[in-house]
Design a protein around this ligand. Structure first.
Ligand code: SF4
Ligand code: SF4
Length: 149
């Protein structure tokens, strides 16, 4: 069953990429699938509606729960990052207060690789942030605010 749900998430990601005008070959490369499988998915074949429904429900969970579910469903880190980034329902941005001491704990905590230290201050890249708030929970100086855009 987990494999079917992971396939459901790949289906949702494929549809989103298609909506953005990406080619089937691009989608196949991005999702680590062969192009004919992508074609079958986009033509509504080879996948049960139940898998897609469950996958959709997962993408609508709180961002942290979606991320944790995706982590448990996908064996491969980079693939999990891509799926979460493509399928996330909302966009987020992170503000870092002047109280940041540059400890780097948030950088290590961020599964999405959305945080870098610049001049000993954390910077959050909205393109990669999934809104999970794990960085905020980790920060010893309470310097991080995550906002929906
Ligand atoms: S909320 Fe924080 S930990 Fe989560 S993806 Fe965004 S920057 Fe990374
Ligand atoms: S965990 Fe907090 S204090 Fe440490 S680098 Fe990140 S934002 Fe700054």
């Amino acid at each position: 069953m987990p494999k079917h749900i992971a396939s459901g998430l790949k289906f949702l990601a494929a549809v989103k990429l298609k909506e953005k005008g990406k080619s089937q070959q691009y989608i196949a490369d991005e999702l680590n699938m062969d192009r004919s499988t992508v074609s079958h998915y986009l033509n509504g074949r080879n996948l049960s509606g139940n898998s897609i429904d469950v996958a959709k429900t997962i993408t609508e969970l709180l961002p942290k729960d979606f991320l944790l579910m995706a982590q448990s469903l996908f064996q491969e880190t980079e693939q999990c990052r891509k799926i979460v980034n493509i399928c996330k329902e909302k966009q987020y941005k992170g503000n870092v207060e002047e109280t940041c001491i540059g400890c780097g704990l948030c950088v290590n905590m961020c599964f999405m690789n959305a945080i870098e230290l610049e001049s000993l201050k954390a910077q959050i890249d909205s393109d990669y942030c999934c809104g999970c708030e794990l960085c905020k929970e980790e920060c010893p100086t309470n310097s991080i605010e995550i906002l929906e855009i």
